[in-house]
Every structure is written in C-alpha cells, then in structure tokens.
Design a protein around this ligand. Structure first.
Ligand code: ADP
Ligand code: MG
Length: 317
C-alpha cells in the first residue's frame, strides 16, 4: 500500500508491505495533517503561533505533545551548546531563504535580534501545560524538529496497526519499519549535495531505523557568488559557515536525528563528530573541500560508496 500527502512544507510518502484497512491508513494520515496544523509557524491559528504572539506578554496553554517537543528541542540546544535553537525564528524570517522576499539583512538588523535568539528564555510549565517566551519579539520555529517528531509518531501508529514492514519518506527524511518482506534490508540513497535530486553518493542498508540529512542544497540563494542557505548559526544569525555541504545521520529516532543533523551542520565536522559519538549516533559529513568524514559507527555500517561523484574522496573514520 502506498500513500502520498503534503505536510510539513514537503511531500511525504508512505509505503507499507502489510495490508491494513484504507480507513486505518487514512486515520493515520489525518494524524499527520493535524500535527502539521498544530506545529506549523505558518498557520496563524497554530499553538506555536499563539506562543509567538504572546511573547513577553503571557504564558499560553498548549497540548501535552507541544510540551514534549519543546522540552526535547531545549535538550538538543543544551547538548549542542546552542547550535540548535528553535528561537532562531526572527532571524529565519529576516533572511527569508527560499521565499521571494529573501535577502541579506544588514548588520544593524541582525544585531537587533541578538537577544531574542536564546532558547534559555523559553519557560515551560509541565504542571500547568503552559509555555512562555520571556522577551517580546521572540518567536519559535519548529522547522528543524517537527518533521522528525511526526515521523516517529506515524511510525508508532503504523506499527500499532500491525505494520511490520514499510518505509516513510518525509521530504527526504527516511524512517523504516522492520525489513522488506523478502527479508532484505531497506536500501536508501544518500543525496549527493552537488548533484541533482536523486543522485546519491552511496547507499545504506536500514532496518527499523531512520536516516536524516541536513544540507545546503535544499533551500538557498546566491548573491555575488556567495551561497546563503537556510541553516542559520544561532551565534551569528547568519547561514552556518562550517564548510559543510551535508550531514547525514542514522539512528532510532527521526526527531533526534532531525534536531541533531541541524546541530551537526552548524557545529561543523570536528565538533560535530565528537557530539555524534557522544550521542551514540552514526554520522557522515560531506564537506565543501570534497572530503567525506564519518564516525567509526557509520564506517562499519552497510554503506556502499558510489565512486562517480565529486565527493568520492576519502572516508575517514
Ligand atoms: P530541512 O527540514 O529543510 O531538511 P533542517 O531539519 O536542517 O532542514 O531544518 C532547517 C529549518 O530549521 C530551517 O528552515 C529553519 O526553519 C530552522 N532552523 C534553521 N537554523 C536552525 C538552527 N540553528 N536551529 C534550529 N532550527 C533552525
Ligand atoms: Mg533538522
């Protein structure tokens, strides 16, 4: 059974190898669409929009799953020393990468936002189920974590419905359920960031696991020969200049990988490999200088490198 639906700003694809009823599947997709409504910053009625609209004013009552996501988001901020920070929204809005209003902000404009980008001023009350942003002007953006959260939840729902074999592709983020029915692992390509969509640097075998990539090739604009992309460094409020083209990670939780690949991108290869090892996830970096670096865990995986691409250099464990 195959289903395609649009949510989280992207096309999402579910393929399962077991039979479940259409009704059950439709119910699961409705869950995903409801999550999109709830988490999107673009929908004016979303709970996230309410939190943002009341920044510096008052705390807002939210659903328990929002509390869960925000707590996780803050945890990934802590462990990445702020490389992942959902309060990045005012800066995201100023750059507008990928939208027709995209432009390079002035130093003065960026300076004005500095005190707002600070995950430590997200106040979460787990007893009252409320969230408060301390400073007026602050805003949160779950673009770096929402899709992963949704993917974990949809996987869980499919498994609970009896699915033992399947693959979810949410805008390039992969989650697999079990193995294929023929007993083979799911074989998934890792996008070559210097090539067109679908061209991979290699393939990896996955069983009941997720594969997530953060890359510059998805959303960017060019001005005077410089590329400006959508992953911002919360410390500079500018596109992260870490020499990274893409970072891919594998592990059990799509949400963890979604947040961590964004953080690993910002941190760059050296600090990023350390963090990946510390977190027990396997990661692969493709760098602007053409080199590839991987954690030892990644190197020892079922990874088949394709040789006919510009990034086919060394893999360093
Ligand atoms: P994608 O979802 O496009 O694959 P990411 O998961 O890396 O990419 O998330 C990028 C999105 O997250 C951006 O579009 C922006 O909304 C938000 N974002 C950008 N920089 C950061 C950051 N340093 N920390 C948290 N979120 C970020
Ligand atoms: Mg991410």
């Amino acid at each position: 059974m195959e289903k395609i639906f649009y949510a989280f700003g992207t096309v999402n694809y579910i393929q399962i190898e077991d039979e479940i009823s259409e009704d059950k599947m439709d119910g699961i997709i409705k869950t995903a669409l409801a999550l999109d409504d709830q988490l999107s910053v673009f929908k004016p009625d979303s709970e996230i929009a309410k939190i943002n609209n009341n920044a510096g004013v008052k705390s807002v009552k939210v659903s328990p799953n929002i509390i869960t996501i925000l707590k996780q988001a803050c945890y990934y901020s802590e462990i990445s020393q702020g490389a992942f920070d959902i309060t990045i929204k005012p800066a995201v809005q100023l750059w507008n990468v990928g939208h027709k209003e995209q432009r390079i902000p002035t130093e003065v404009e960026l300076d004005a936002l500095k005190s707002w980008v600070d995950y430590q001023s997200i106040v979460i009350d787990e007893i009252e189920n409320t969230v408060y942003l301390k400073k007026s002007g602050q805003a949160i953006d779950l673009g770096g974590i929402a899709k992963g959260y949704a993917q974990d939840l949809i996987k869980e729902k499919l498994v609970n419905a009896g699915v033992t074999s399947g693959i979810l592709n949410f805008g390039g983020s992969i989650m697999t359920i079990g193995k294929k029915k023929n007993g083979a692992v799911w074989r998934v390509g890792i996008q070559d960031p210097l090539n067109k969509r679908g061209k991979s640097v290699g393939t990896i075998g996955l069983k009941d696991e997720s594969l997530v990539t953060s890359a510059v090739n998805e959303r960017f604009f060019k001005k005077d020969g410089v590329t400006y992309h959508h992953i911002l460094d919360p410390h500079t409020l500018r596109p992260a200049q870490s020499g990274v083209l893409s970072v891919t990670a594998t592990g059990g939780s799509a949400m963890e990988l979604d947040a961590l690949t964004t953080a690993l991108f910002v941190l760059g290869m050296k600090k990023g490999i350390d963090l990946a090892n510390q977190m027990g996830i396997d990661a692969l970096y493709l760098l602007q200088n053409g080199e590839m670096y991987a954690t030892n865990g990644f190197v020892s995986r079922d990874f088949i490198l394709q040789t006919n691409n510009k990034n086919s250099g060394r893999i360093v464990g």
